[in-house]
Design a protein around this ligand. Structure first.
Ligand code: FAD
Ligand code: UDP
Length: 380
């Protein structure tokens, strides 16, 4: 009898499995319908021997020392700061928009203070910032919004930015300095030997059994277990009883070129041209030396593997209905990007599962205490 079945071997599932097995001596069966562990962070060496990410580029960054140190038990790190250029007006300029972006686009030589004034003049005052369009135009105005955000967002989500929560575009800051890093977090690094290797180390414990190529619904009535941790799509768990929650998908097109370097930086975004949103060249991320190079083009689409929850009000309402059901399922916990319908980065998912672990342990301490209390009461 397993103490827990964990559905999904991505970050959400692997972290909770690792904690419960190594710290609480629980017997865990982790089940994934895919043929590999690692969830969407899965990486592998392609036929040319280049390390690529099967589900698009994954760059690790966090402000949480706890999360960084926790994962550091399972991998060495390679320091890496991601930089992105956007193809706009026939130029490649830094995104997030910074001082150099504005000076290059407008042929100016502004200082940081002057660029603040420049953007303030362009910004459109919004009393309520509700949508992604509001979030951007209230900071940088309509013209830059149209150059950098409108087209990219329409491609990525199949929606106009005015139909998406402010939080989506608000992921991208605006800077008045020359900082051209995509992320500003205190810890920015890649697992030295890749994500899959890190997951192998996390799950390498005598209390953890891994079952791949298996949908949990095939085995939940066959293999005995006490509790479940579920990290798959929440609507699937409930057989879509309230209808399907929209998740955005992507088609990844990989190419390997007979050249050492394809582009000058890790990712180039194409807000206004092409059907793809961005091209990422993996060797920038991984630091691998190789005479050839592999890149991935991302073509967003509605159908396919669920990758992104779609943050907008009607989806939040539908998710809330599922969440209420989820709260009522006995001995079952929901965690991760798909099961809690949250547009979370990897570090947020790790933090969410570490928090769930503490909650479970706290709950079991409480139930021991209350059992002890009942015993004491019965004896008295
Ligand atoms: P997942 O990784 O999706 O894992 C869920 C697992 O559950 C999957 O393996 C799935 O096969 C399995 N599963 C689902 N249903 C079932 C079932 N019925 N039975 C059995 N198994 C099932 N984050 C960053 O921090 N930095 C980045 O640069 C970054 N880039 C990204 C780029 C792309 C294109 C995408 C899509 C995401 C990116 N992310 C990034 C986000 C990151 O992928 C997620 O935060 C993280 O992988 C979520 O982990 P998870 O375990 O919640 O979900
Ligand atoms: N975005 C944009 N233009 C860009 C980069 C981002 O419009 O050049 C918007 C777009 O809506 C995107 C969101 O900001 O989906 C978040 O971007 P991020 O790079 O964080 O997306 P992810 O890496 O999660 O796909």
């Amino acid at each position: 009898m397993f103490d827990y079945i964990v559905v999904g071997a991505g970050f959400a599932g692997a972290v909770i499995a690792e904690r419960l097995a190594s710290q609480e001596n629980k017997k865990i069966l982790i089940v994934d319908k895919r043929k590999h562990i690692g969830g969407n962070t899965y990486d592998f060496h392609n036929q040319d021997g280049i390390l690529v990410h099967q589900y698009g580029p994954h760059i690790f960054h966090t402000n949480s020392r706890d999360v960084f140190e926790y994962l550091g038990q399972f991998t060495a790190w390679r320091p890496y700061e991601h930089r992105v250029l956007a193809s706009v007006d026939g130029m490649l300029v830094p995104i997030p928009i910074n001082l150099n972006t504005i000076n290059s686009l407008y042929g100016l030589n502004l200082s940081s203070e002057q660029v603040d004034t420049f953007l303030k003049e362009k910004a459109i005052t919004k009393t309520h910032v509700v949508t992604s369009e509001d979030a951007v135009v209230s900071k940088i105005g309509k013209e830059l919004y149209e150059k950098f955000f409108k087209g990219y967002t329409k491609k990525q989500w199949g929606l106009d930015p005015s139909e998406l929560d402010a939080s989506v575009a608000a992921r991208i800051p605006t800077r008045n300095n020359r900082d051209d890093r995509y992320f500003a977090d205190s810890y920015q690094a890649m697992p030295l030997h890749g994500y899959t290797k890190m997951f192998e180390n996390m799950l390498d414990h005598p209390n953890i059994k891994v079952m791949l190529n298996t949908d949990y619904k095939e085995i939940e009535n066959v293999i005995p277990f006490k509790k479940m941790i579920y990290t798959g799509p929440v609507d699937y768990f409930f057989d879509y009883c309230y209808g399907k929650l929209p998740y955005r998908s992507i088609e990844f097109k990989f190419e390997t070129y007979e050249t050492e370097k394809f582009q000058s930086t890790g990712t180039i975004n194409y807000p206004n041209e092409h059907l793809y949103t961005r091209i990422t060249e993996f060797k920038h991320l991984t630091g691998q030396k190789h005479p050839k190079t592999s890149v991935v083009y991302e073509y967003p689409k509605a159908e396919g593997d669920p990758y992104y929850p779609v943050p907008r009000p009607e989806n939040a309402v539908l998710y809330k209905q599922y969440q209420l059901l989820a709260n009522e399922v006995p001995d079952t916990y929901f965690t991760g990007r798909l099961a809690t319908y949250k547009y979370y980065n990897m570090d947020q998912v790790v933090a969410q599962s570490l928090t769930l672990y503490k909650k479970i342990v706290g709950a079991s301490i409480l139930s021991h205490l209350s059992n002890g209390y009942e015993l004491a009461v019965n004896k008295a």
